[in-house]
Design a protein around this ligand. Structure first.
Ligand SMILES: *Cc1c(COP(=O)(O)O)cnc(C)c1O
Length: 348
């Protein structure tokens, strides 16, 4: 079998949820963000495991993502949609029982016309300038919106992964000025916001990346391990070249393993001649270019023939790989390819 094996540890996911939940007070509800197919790990499996761990509320990016989450968690727990209510969403919102977080007067009107009486929430912009009603817009329509009793009013922090950034306090102040006294549950914090402390927690937090083992929640347990099968081993003599473009020339005689994953599986081509893979505890450099389905790895230091090499695992997490590429763990996770076999180690 040449299929890469992606092991997803649901017990670690649940432990991360509990650890983040423990960072806020007993009255704060810790929800879970499971957008982008549960950060690439399978929204249904992830949502089901988190519900079993105690999560009582879920967030997705677009209404279509809510369907898989709904079938995984049953009819009762709320699922919010960050993108709100787009044209054509009404049926999905009604059938899957979703709560659109309305981002504009246009969405507010669409919701009230298409689904009067259906639960909704409001997203406010407190300075990130990405989603949500602007303060002036909220001033104009807030009273009408509040008269329809929203489930939740939320905003999102732009710089929460930098605790000392002055933007955090600025957005907190704006959020207070827009929402104090409204008597509706409020949410401002994702993973980074939870770590900023209780001032940022309000009634509901909605972590994503920390659940899946990524920064800025540095205490998180690793959730993923990626093992890639070795197809072939060969000896190359000093001076021979490896892979497309001859970008690697063997400085000595060496042993190479050709393994079954490439950029089609989300292994970024920038990792060519850069990444390290692991044979148990032995680091093995990737040599030559990443191609579509294959990588060539220097296994000269490995005794015998390894069956698989790990790109992600105990020695190298998503953030370590992200650093090499020049991106963030979020992108590494959500880029994990569809071609891997996904194995779920059951949680509680
Ligand atoms: C993705 C997202 C989250 C979760 O953020 P993490 O940094 O992954 O914890 C929360 N709120 C909004 C609006 C988001 O887009």
């Amino acid at each position: 079998m040449a299929q890469g094996q992606l092991h997803i540890d649901l017990a670690a996911l649940q432990a991360n949820w509990r650890a983040l939940d423990a960072r806020s007070g007993a009255k704060v509800q810790t929800a879970a963000t499971v957008k982008a197919n549960g950060y690439g790990l399978g929204a249904g499996h992830v949502a089901h495991a988190l519900a079993r761990a105690g999560a009582r509320r879920f967030f997705v990016a677009i209404a279509e993502e809510g369907v898989a989450v709904r079938s995984a968690i049953g009819p009762d727990l709320p699922i919010h949609v960050y993108s709100g209510h787009m044209e054509g969403d009404a049926r999905l919102i009604a059938e899957a029982g979703l709560i659109p977080m309305l981002n504009s007067t246009e969405q507010l009107t669409r919701q009230f016309e298409a689904l009067p009486g259906h639960p909704f929430g409001i997203q406010l912009d407190t300075g990130m300038n990405r989603l949500g009603m602007e303060p002036a817009e909220w001033q104009a329509v807030g009273e009408i919106a509040l008269s329809q009793r929203p489930e939740l009013v939320m905003s999102h922090l732009a710089c929460a992964d930098e605790p000392d950034h002055p933007m955090n306090a600025r957005q907190l102040e704006v959020f207070h000025s827009l929402t104090d006294g409204i008597n509706v549950p409020r949410s401002l914090a994702a993973t980074g916001g939870i770590l900023l402390g209780p001032d940022y927690h309000f009634e509901i937090t909605r972590p994503g990346i920390g659940l899946y083992g990524g920064a800025p929640f540095t205490e998180a347990q690793a959730v993923v391990r990626l093992s890639i099968p070795v197809i072939q081993i060969r000896e190359v003599a000093a001076g021979e070249t490896v892979g497309y473009g001859n970008t690697f020339k063997a400085p000595d005689d060496m042993r190479l393993a050709t393994i079954a994953a490439g950029y089609a599986d989300g292994i970024h081509r920038v990792l060519s001649n850069q990444a390290i893979l692991w044979a148990g505890d032995i680091p093995c450099p990737l040599v030559g270019r990443v191609s579509m389905d294959l990588l060539t790895i220097d296994v000269s230091n490995v005794d015998g023939t390894p069956e698989t090499l790990d790109l992600l695992g105990p020695h190298q997490g998503i953030d370590a790989i992200a650093d090499v590429i020049g991106t963030i763990g979020y992108e590494v996770l959500t880029g994990l390819g569809y071609r891997y076999a996904r194995h779920y180690q059951p949680g509680a």
